[in-house]
Design a protein around this ligand. Structure first.
Ligand code: I6G
Length: 675
């Protein structure tokens, strides 16, 4: 080997080592040490060297991760040890039965120890390492024969292309689950929607479709992840005595593991784990459909053996299904505060995700057209966590003959005014404004809501009743209710005590803040953050009412659309009259000490707050930030300066890590605020 060849070989080796190290720091340990741009630079250098010297390219080179030539078909892989399935339990009683079966078979009264792990909702994969190098990846298939998806598995960033650490086996087959994180799923679906393309139904389908792509470049673009949960064939290594130690060993070789794995005792420990993960489920960065318990001792596992194609020493404890099939009985259109017309599917009631669902939003007409939902269709309803249930997809095979496409109504279903749809807007609106009963009701609900005027005891139902009984028409009428107490008390479910409380709350609500008042007016596009910016800039309501678009555009958080909405709102005589009457009724706020935005300590910084903070409510934390000049948004993006995380931060933390956004825990956040 010439001196120059040696130099190139050494450089390739050094780059490979560095890239593998940084890839593991980033994708397995969530602890990046170098900026993305530096990683990209090293990566491109290696790519160039391999292009110039193809004979030096290795199968475990980090450049393999971007995918290569598309395949014509997958070859088949026979699993040397079959990939089994798992038994299921669906209730605490069935878990107790499982536990009893285990103890009976082992002829013991002793407590049994288990490992407990989340059951990821993805698809099973087998990875084969020889002398520490990833040589083959296969899907489960029918358990005996799967598909060779090696090229695609190499693009999964947290799968090591070769193992690190000591005592690496001659042969190691690891098994686990390939999945798509919720954040990636949302991002890919948003991109698909933006391009008018078909969206994925759920992260599981997205992961399955991506892993079974013949074109590994497409698979690479899908940003899949993997967690290991078991070993298959192992040669040249003595396995430890328990499953939990095996997992630990896999971690030491650089393989990715789910962080929520625990060792628990007896059925009671399993049940507590199930309940704990159930509470955590929504906040996890990935979908799970249950938890898995495995007898921890390998010698006990051996004694227990298998029944049919499932181990007797393990079971899955499933959560209530998050997807179910039901029928669309009708599609109706609801009118919101700003006149937005939202189609809603009325469903044959179905139990999904732990509750009975009879309605699902269809968002807008674009969504209906994209999914082609029709009355009479069988549809898959998805309800993840506390998210509003939605129609995931239509079961076209079951579509009844003669069904017709849904059309947008020409007139508002509530007031009969024309429905209009602005160019480039997905949302259609009722043009009736405050003439429309529905818009008036929604406007009053918004005014009374906790983050606006915070009128305790004036819930949505009561607003509907008061409007329907003609006791109020507009928001300012609320402060005249004190003269109508007899009529209110006569309404259904209202006693004198409730009326007194309501009048008391209305009185109390008069002492508010300017940002709350501006937000409460319900000006389109003016949320809490914009309201706070406007309040800080103008210091009072009158100068805001007289502002023109040119002045408004110069304020933080105000763009041309918001500026025109604000000007338009204050140009309407009836809005000015309503404000006058509210002020005459006694609504007031403390004077604002105006500060130039640039003088505020957090000006120019953008925050997202997620999870439960122990010392204050999330909204209070947001207000604190806003008061100090920060911008607070609802979702993490590249522009976010900091993500503030409380307990159970959920998928936003994963997204922040993915984008390299700095994360502050509560302590660091308080320190920042104090300073
Ligand atoms: O399908 C599975 C999901 C998760 C599993 C599994 C698992 O452990 C956490 N473990 C085994 C042994 C099998 N299937 C067969």
């Amino acid at each position: 080997m010439s001196h120059q060849e040696k130099q190139i070989t050494d450089r390739i080796e050094a780059l490979t080592q560095q890239l593998n190290h940084h890839s593991r720091q980033y994708y397995v340990l969530d602890d990046p040490e170098i900026p993305d741009a530096e990683y990209d630079r090293l990566f491109r250098e290696l790519q160039q060297l391999e292009q110039d010297h193809p004979e030096l390219k290795t199968i475990d080179s980090p450049t393999q991760r971007v995918g290569g030539e598309a395949l014509a078909a997958f070859t088949q892989v026979t699993h040397r040890i079959p990939m089994l399935s798992l038994g299921n339990v669906f209730s605490e009683q069935e878990l107790l039965d499982f536990y009893k079966r285990v103890r009976d078979r082992l002829k013991t009264e002793d407590e049994i120890e288990f490992t407990a792990e989340p059951k990821l909702d993805g698809l099973a994969i087998s990875l084969l390492y020889e002398k520490g190098v990833l040589l083959q990846a296969a899907t489960r298939g029918d358990g005996s024969v799967g598909e060779n998806v090696t090229e695609n598995a190499r693009t999964i960033r947290n799968i090591p292309l070769h193992l690190s650490g000591n005592n690496i086996p001659d042969v190691l087959e690891v098994r686990g689950e390939v999945f798509m994180s919720k954040a990636v799923f949302e991002k890919l679906n948003q991109q698909a929607r933006d391009k008018g393309e078909k969206t994925f139904v759920n992260p599981r389908n997205a992961a399955a479709g991506s892993l079974r792509q013949l074109d590994s470049k497409i698979a690479a673009s899908r940003q899949l992840s993997m967690y290991c949960y078991a070993v298959g064939v192992v040669e040249g290594f003595e396995l430890p005595a328990t499953h939990s130690e095996i997992l630990q060993q896999l971690g030491e070789w650089g393989l990715p593991l789910c962080h929520e794995v625990e060792v628990v005792q007896a059925a009671s420990g399993c049940q507590s784990y199930y309940e704990k993960i159930g509470k955590l489920r929504e906040q996890l960065a990935y979908d799970i459909d249950g938890v898995v318990y495995k007898v921890n001792s390998l010698s006990l596992q051996q004694q227990l053996g298998f029944v049919a194609r499932a181990p007797r020493w393990a079971t899955a404890h499933k959560f209530p299904a998050q997807e179910e099939i039901t029928q669309v009985n009708a599609i109706e259109f609801q009118v919101g505060r700003t006149g937005a017309i939202t189609p809603v599917a009325r469903l044959e009631p179905v139990f999904v995700g732990g509750v009975t669902v009879s309605n699902a939003t269809l968002h807008n007409m674009d969504e209906i057209r994209r999914k082609d939902v029709r009355v009479g269709d069988q549809v898959i309803i998805r309800r993840a966590g506390d998210v509003i249930p939605e129609v995931a997809s239509v079961v076209f095979a079951n579509r009844p003959a003669g069904s017709v496409e849904v059309e947008l109504p020409r007139v508002c279903p509530v007031c009969g005014s024309d429905v209009v749809q602005e160019k480039d807007e997905a949302v259609a609106r009722c043009s009736g404004g405050l003439y429309c009963h529905a818009q008036r009701k929604e406007g009053i609900k918004h005014f009374a809501s906790r983050r606006a005027m915070d009128i305790d005891g004036l819930g949505d139902k009561l607003v509907e009743q008061l409007v329907d009984a003609d006791l109020i028409d507009h928001i300012d009428d609320l402060y005249l209710l004190k003269d109508k107490t007899q009529s209110i008390a006569a309404m259904e479910r209202m006693g004198q005590k409730s009326v007194d409380n309501l009048i008391d709350s209305l009185e109390k609500s008069k002492a508010t803040t300017l940002p709350r008042f501006i937000f409460a007016l319900g000006i389109r596009e003016v949320g809490e953050v914009t309201a706070a910016s406007l309040a800080n800039h103008f210091g009072d309501i009158r100068p805001l009412m007289q502002a023109n678009e040119a002045e408004l555009i110069n304020i933080a958080d105000v763009g041309p659309v918001v500026a025109s909405r604000v000007v338009n709102f204050f140009s309407q005589a009836h809005n000015l009259e309503v404000i006058d009457r509210l002020l005459s009724a006694g609504i007031h706020w403390p004077a604002i000490e105006k500060k130039a935005e640039s003088e505020l300590p957090l000006s120019g910084l953008s925050f997202v707050v997620t999870g439960t903070l122990s010392g204050m409510g999330r909204n209070d934390a947001k207000q604190l930030l806003i008061d100090k000049g920060a911008k607070v948004t609802g979702s993490v993006s590249k522009k976010t300066s900091y993500l503030v995380v409380g307990e159970n931060p959920g998928s936003k933390a994963a997204k922040a890590e993915e984008l390299g956004v700095e994360i502050l825990d509560e302590e660091a956040f308080l320190l920042l605020i104090k300073d």
